[in-house]
Ligand binder design. Structure first.
Ligand SMILES: [Zn+2]
Length: 349
């Protein structure tokens, strides 16, 4: 027997069951005195069920994740869900205006959670999101991309020790799951400490759209909602044949010299590496010094790659997740790619 939903209070508004409301969370003004607010959407089902939030652009230049939410809103099921879905297309509205990762005080909002009412601008915003969104939900998905000039393979970052996290991370069906306990002031940490399982989805790069990562993100959120029985879409019940790679170890490989970066690997064809395999060459643009190879320190998956041709010594240029299951992850991504019929990842060459 379905249980009727109760009215839901958020941002000073009461949302009735069976409605979709837009709520404007008031945020600090710009110094031009321009009023600022963070628009959120609340889809409050007629029937009671799980409360899930999907947030994006905590880093204001991560446009790919905003597009994931825009496409989610176009789904046929959007006004007919069980439970409550809250979407926040742009958390860092300040950075979004100037296409920046950061806030006007140069802080990284995702290092300031859970925040405080009387703290810095970043702390106040984090507090607002914690109080109004996180503590009102039972599940969350926080959408990200690589930083500027860095492209990420679709992947989840999750603390699998949080009860419920393992089940929803598997339901998402991302090719790679990085199981990490973090103490970094992120939204994920704040939610995990409240016992709320959070998936961080990473895919693509800042300031660009990446079709594969967008479609995989939309599909993953739908898969989680279908698993939680918030929606009932028969085509989403089909499970993929292969299992995602779960790993606790990943490492950034840094440039040993400065120069021009030439990718050797074409990640549209292969993103797995064997120990000592050459991933890049670094060339001297003045043609004085010999070229230097960059090699993989262990067998693994390239989960993040620099997309800019110039590097300084010490720059993090590629992120590798350690695993021996190299064949499995290829088959899995190929299966996902054909299912969502998206173009492959793009990288400079
Ligand atoms: Zn981010």
């Amino acid at each position: 027997m379905p249980i009727k939903n109760e009215p839901f209070k958020i941002g000073g508004k009461t949302i009735e069951p069976g409605t979709h409301e837009i709520v404007l969370l008031p945020a600090p003004d710009l110094y031009t005195q321009t009023k600022m607010n963070i628009p959120i959407h609340v889809f409050h089902g007629k029937q009671a069920g799980p409360k899930l939030f999907v947030s994006s652009a905590i880093h204001g230049d991560e446009l790919n994740s905003i597009e994931i939410i825009r496409r989610l809103h176009q789904k046929n099921w959007i006004d007919n869900i069980k439970g409550t879905l809250i979407t926040i297309p742009v958390v860092n509205i300040y950075g979004f205006i100037i296409q920046s990762r950061y806030l006007p005080d140069n802080r990284d909002l995702n290092r300031c959670f859970p925040g405080s009412r009387a703290g810095s601008l970043a702390a106040r915003l984090a507090h607002l999101i914690t109080k109004e969104i996180i503590t009102q939900c039972q599940f969350g998905i926080d959408l990200h991309t690589g930083g500027y000039g860095k492209i990420n393979l679709p992947q989840l970052r999750v603390n699998l020790e949080t009860p419920g996290a393992k089940q929803i991370s598997k339901a998402f069906e991302a090719p790679v799951i990085i199981d990490a306990k973090i103490r970094d002031g992120s939204l994920r940490q704040a939610a995990s400490e409240l016992g709320i399982p959070i998936l961080v989805y990473e895919g693509g790069e800042a300031l660009r759209f990446n079709e594969l990562c967008i479609r995989m993100g939309v599909r993953g959120i739908e898969k989680v909602m279908n698993y939680l029985k918030m929606i009932s879409v028969p085509s989403l019940n089909k499970k993929t044949e292969f299992k995602p790679v779960i790993t606790q170890t990943s490492r950034w490989v840094r440039a040993s010299v400065s120069g021009f970066l030439e990718p050797v690997k074409d990640i549209t064809a292969s993103f797995t590496v064997k120990k000592n395999e050459i991933i890049y060459y670094i060339h001297d643009p003045f043609l004085i010094n010999p070229s230097v190879p960059v090699v993989a320190p262990f067998d693994g998956i390239l989960i993040g790659l620099t997309n800019l041709p110039v590097v300084n010594e010490g720059d993090a240029i590629c992120h590798i997740a350690s695993t021996k299951k190299l064949k499995n992850v290829h088959a899995y991504i190929d299966e996902l790619k054909s299912e969502i019929s998206a173009p492959v990842l793009k990288i400079i060459k």
